[in-house]
Design a protein around this ligand. Sequence first.
Ligand SMILES: C[S@@+](CC[C@H](N)C(=O)[O-])C[C@H]1O[C@@H](n2cnc3c(N)ncnc32)[C@H](O)[C@@H]1O
Length: 368
Amino acid sequence: MTLSDIIYLRCVDCKKTLKVLERDLEETVVINALLQCMSCGRHFPIIDKVGIFFKKDFALDYLLPNEIKKIQECHYDVVLKELPPSTSGNPEPQFNGFNTYDHYWEQVQVFEEEDFLKNDYTSRELFKRFIPINFEDFQEKTIFIACGGGGRDTYHVLQYNPKKVFIVEITSALYRYNKLFPKNMDKLVLLRGDLRFLPIQNNVADISICDHALQHVQNHKIGFKSLAETTKPKGSIGICVYSYENNLLMTHLIEPLKGLLIKIPRSILRLLSLFPAMGIWLIIHLIYMPLNKILPDLSKNLFLNEHMIFWSKLSLKSIWAACYDLMTAPVSYHFKKSELEEIAFSHSLQIIKLVNTHSTTWSMICER
Ligand SMILES: C[S@@+](CC[C@H](N)C(=O)[O-])C[C@H]1O[C@@H](n2cnc3c(N)ncnc32)[C@H](O)[C@@H]1O
């Protein structure tokens, strides 16, 4: 993030503009800074190139020990002093979701740059299938990536030379972006925060993307509203979400079991998730793949055939991570096609594409 990007940011409590009180730069890139809301006076820190923007009432729950230490080292103590005490055991499902994904990006799925070149879940080909938008249009445009996670979306967007990329993500995964994208830190505006309470002004992005994430936002309608408002008129919005259709195993088995699953210690659940992953991998390679070769027409009618063919391109490691993700995400919504049409309609968006990708997710492209 550079100093000139601050005008596009806003206070998450009162939505007013921010001013810079203190800053520490590395050439044009802001490393640390202290910002203040020009209306309510609240302070927000930028630490190690990541802006931290949580609503006042919950901010201390979401701040991590390392961040608190760094805020103190930078003498931005005012940030902490004006916050109410932590609610210890924040009851919001979104808070559980944050904890689960923070662990996921730190322990389960830690991406290195070379992972994005593999023919796996991280590939450009799959990202383009999930978000079927013309990627050439990213050139010289401002892109908003909602819920950027481990950096997969950002990597692929950066290949098309955008002008700026705003990324909002609730976990601390953003601190790894400096290592993943060292040459692009002037282009990236890294914002640790909640999509529901966005620190970005309205009408900033030419194109907004939210891949495999809106289903994990506690109130997806508010999450989508944030996406729509951040996008300029005539701009595009691309999302990919779990579909309700064809997802019987998830909606009628895994989701009802989740209440129990999330009580199991993470390390044990991680181990347990290896069993369905190995089972799925074997079924794919011993049944689905040969049958699709021998009897392609008949195989089309097999249960979840399209999805299994999609997963046949994934390594066992990726299937394992996916199974763990599917079993643990505390907030996980499955969208009906009609709900997506309704959500687009409610923001007066024109649906350009709405396709059931791999028969288990909906990919929707809208124009504002
Ligand atoms: C399945 S991951 C997808 C990440 C990335 N888009 C990708 O496809 O690789 C979902 C991400 O959404 C993030 N997330 C969930 N709720 C969020 C919220 N309310 N605000 C910001 N990020 C959120 C999670 O932390 C997680 O990184």
